[in-house]
Design a protein around this ligand. Sequence first.
Ligand code: TRP
Length: 342
Amino acid sequence: MSFSSEQPKKRIFSGIQPTGNLHIGNYLGAIKNWISLQQDSETIYSIVDLHALTLDSNLETLNESVYEVTAAIIASGIDPQKSIIFNQSSVKEHSELCWVFNCVAKMGWLNRMTQFKEKAGKKRENASVGLYNYPILMAADILLYRATHVPVGDDQKQHLELTRDIATSFNHIFKNNLKNDFFTLPEPIISGPAKRIMSLKDGTKKMSKSELSDFSRINLTDNRDNIVKKIKKAKTDALPIPELETELTSRFEAQNLINIYAGLEDKSPQMVLDEYSGKGFADFKKDLTEILIEKITPISNNMLKLLKDKHEIERILTDGSLKARTIAEKVMCDIKKIIGFI
Ligand code: TRP
């Protein structure tokens, strides 16, 4: 069987949900990593609006959030000339491949997904089927481009494992129709110390846009005053900054602030401790505030400028979708041939 799509040597795919109110957790955990990857790899980044449909709470602001998240990633440094930036719903093959994978994946595999259990909570019977199915759509996103590497946060590692299981299973089911495995297994790229940024009010909870108090996070649109106030109020403990990282393990809030500093400055947490050990958090917080202002203000200014011209954002997404579709159509066409659809 001859294929029209080619397995690239290295191709990076990642997605971000359009849920509005992006914060430094999103920036340090995902976007910042995406920026460095676009320098020397083929990079495809998707605003995953189909995934956002899985939770009712995203619906009201969906349209606005797609503009916002697109503006945020461009303002942060994702360059539409270097990366393909597109919204997932504009490439219909994502949904099409999702159905195929629905029939490859097993119920038992999905029943193990911890994120579904967390998001559905106690009201599991009331969760949408889409929320349950979410990881399959994610597998379709990645494999539709035959991506080799996927930058993801810690919390998405299990979904990437599932993607690899689906790829392996697909290759196996259709082995008689194939000379070689069709899908290579995508590898995760887990980012540095800032891979999991926690709430400023509770160091055991992930920083989240859905947390009620705005004091729990630094938003990418926060101004100087907000940042000053939020860091001042951020929870810490009475002990001084220690010498070693191991001394931070049960000091969750302290560890989180050190990680944020390290992430922003491209340093290891230990390098930050070397600089500050013995000092109290008051001094440290002053410096952290300055760094945050220095990094966030240009992004937020850029973002607001971009948001004034929605046509330009639409133009970028349309252009990205065209490029994404060129790849996706070929891969989907091959997959249909492999399955045996006429
Ligand atoms: N589930 C991811 C998250 O919430 C977003 C996502 C959707 C994604 N599709 C993807 C990430 C494909 C990487 C690859 O962070």
